[in-house]
Design a protein around this ligand. Structure first.
Ligand code: NDP
Length: 492
């Protein structure tokens, strides 16, 4: 009997390591009491007159008040973006536009600590992730698209690429600054102007980005930021002078947007939800695969559209995999997002926490077996213990619906064909992971998986040069790479 098998009947033992608190100082962040809307290069009072607080999800304390844009504000921002497009920006040589993008990238790097702390304060993600993932990737997107700005004729030879006009962009709360970069960098590189609406619960890094725009001397009106709720997003996407709509968020709202722009001639890309399969074959390097499972579902509290939320384990290694997984889960540290040792931070909002709890309760009611490692949660704030469900049937809600939290559903398979059939049994098709040492099997699985992004022996890897996007209810269109430039261009 192997060591692992011998240990299986014992409950998994959490790591004995005790970590002293290692809090990142929040001194570097200077918050205003109140923020207006960024229109025409300055923060202005909203015509709607409405302000709402934005809250730290780890403490429930209000951080600042932000303006909520109404229809008149949306109209003003779009008109301003139109003027900026017609009066200079679209005629600038690509090499000039590139200079602004390079400046933005450098300033983001210089101010990355300030941005990372603010992102963790407003959104609840661990500082380790905002510092090491969100910020470097956000800067990398600006660098990458800066490089294309003066090479569009080469990128799309013989097609005479031209900017489309005003891009209306609506982004979610899980990667606030990174999603802003995914949207704004290609739009500006292609010569468009922008009106962007951040999510209601995470507006602060977008507002700090307004300062970067001013520092980089981006001409007024080229980028406009409208904070607010879904009403502002709906007004923005239906505004007649918006030529291109880019949305990341839930499938439900994506469908609403698609209906709103149907027949208007606006270009549209939708990056929606997912229920990714992470498939572990019996020849995989199991310890690495377990790290990949952990990263796939507990990174950013599972608030990740491409999260590996359905784990498929080959039956012959099921017991061993689950034992290793549970042991590893016991070492995850849940708590203060600003602590540099934290692995799993705060759930972004109370509403999202309720949604997670409701889906977890449904999993238990439907008959799945729940496991949560021993874990002390902070008394205040919105937190959820990393969770794994075994004995999951494909029909259970926890195997079908996007939970968008630190909750993993485990299923098993015997053959590659069975793995493919089960993995593709979802309305979504955003991403997938395959763990095996056989290159030929990776290629065969990648051919058969109906997902926009497929990782092999890794998970949640992003690069600005690599296109990202989905099939089916995960949306359409790609962001990143040359594919991500195309929706911001028209061809003559
Ligand atoms: P939404 O899709 O509602 O929000 C995404 C963005 O769209 C936000 O800026 C939101 O504003 C805005 N919005 C809301 N309604 C409209 C509308 N009718 N027209 C235009 N824009 C609109 O996501 P939620 O925040 O409500 O999250 C719900 C679920 O969606 C999550 O539990 C998760 O399953 C999924 N989700 C998926 C994401 C992904 O990356 N694929 C990202 C976020 C959520 P506001 O913030 O004010 O609501």
């Amino acid at each position: 009997m192997s060591d692992v098998e011998r240990r299986q009947d014992r409950s998994p033992v959490p790591s004995a390591f005790e970590y002293a608190p290692a809090p990142e100082s929040r001194e570097i962040v200077r918050l205003e009491e109140r923020y207006g809307l960024f229109i025409g290069g300055e923060l202005v009072d909203p015509r709607s007159g409405e302000y709402q607080p934005t809250v730290n999800p780890a403490t429930e304390e209000p951080l600042a008040e932000v303006a909520y844009a109404g229809p008149e504000d949306v109209d003003l921002a779009v008109t301003t973006a139109c003027d900026a497009f017609q009066n200079g920006w679209s005629d600038l040589p690509g090499s000039e536009r590139a200079k602004y993008l390079f400046r933005i990238a450098r300033i983001l790097q210089e101010r990355s600590r300030e941005f990372a702390v603010l992102e963790s304060l407003d959104g609840g993600k661990p500082i380790r992730e905002s510092r090491d993932v969100d910020l470097p990737l956000a800067a990398a997107h600006f660098f990458y698209y800066a490089g294309w700005a003066d090479k569009l004729e080469y990128a799309f030879p013989n097609r005479r690429p031209r900017p489309v006009g005003v891009a209306g962009q609506v982004i979610p709360w899980n990667f606030p600054l990174l999603m802003l970069s995914w949207k704004i960098a290609p739009a500006l590189a292609a010569g468009n102007t922008v009106v962007l609406k951040p999510a209601e619960t995470t507006p602060l890094t977008a507002l700090l980005f307004c300062d970067v725009l001013r520092q980089a001397e981006v001409p007024p009106g080229v980028v406009n930021i409208l904070t607010g709720d879904g009403r502002a997003g709906a007004e923005l996407v239906k505004h007649p002078d918006v030529n291109k709509v880019a949305f990341t968020g839930s499938t439900e709202v994506g469908k609403e947007i698609q209906r709103a722009v149907a027949g208007t001639g606006k270009k549209l890309t939708l990056e929606l939800g997912g229920k990714a399969a992470n498939i572990i074959f019996d020849d995989a390097a199991l310890d690495q695969a377990v790290e990949g499972i952990i990263n796939g579902i507990y990174f950013n509290q599972g608030h990740v559209c491409c999260a590996g939320s359905r784990l498929f384990v080959q039956e012959s290694i099921y017991e061993e995999t689950i034992a290793k997984l549970k042991r590893r889960m016991g070492t995850l540290r849940v708590g203060d997002p600003l602590d540099k040792n934290t692995d799993v931070g705060a759930i972004n909002s109370q509403q999202q926490l309720e949604k997670i709890k409701e889906l977890v309760a449904s999993g238990e009611e439907e008959g799945a077996e729940i496991y949560q490692p021993p874990c002390r949660l902070p008394e205040r704030g919105w937190f959820f213990v990393p969770t794994v469900f075994t004995n999951v049937a494909q029909s259970y809600r926890i195997a079908q619906e996007e939970i968008f939290g630190p909750v993993l559903s485990v299923l098993t398979f015997r053959t590659p064909d069975e793995a493919l059939e089960k993995a593709n049994n979802t309305p979504y098709g955003l991403s997938a992971g395959v763990w095996t040492e056989k290159g030929s099997r990776i290629l065969a699985m990648a051919q058969g998986l109906r997902a926009g992004v497929i990782w092999a022996n890794t998970f949640n890897r992003f690069d600005p040069a690599s296109p990202f996007g989905g099939y089916k209810e995960s949306g359409f269109g790609r962001e990143g790479g040359l594919h991500g430039l195309e929706p911001y261009l028209k061809f003559e």
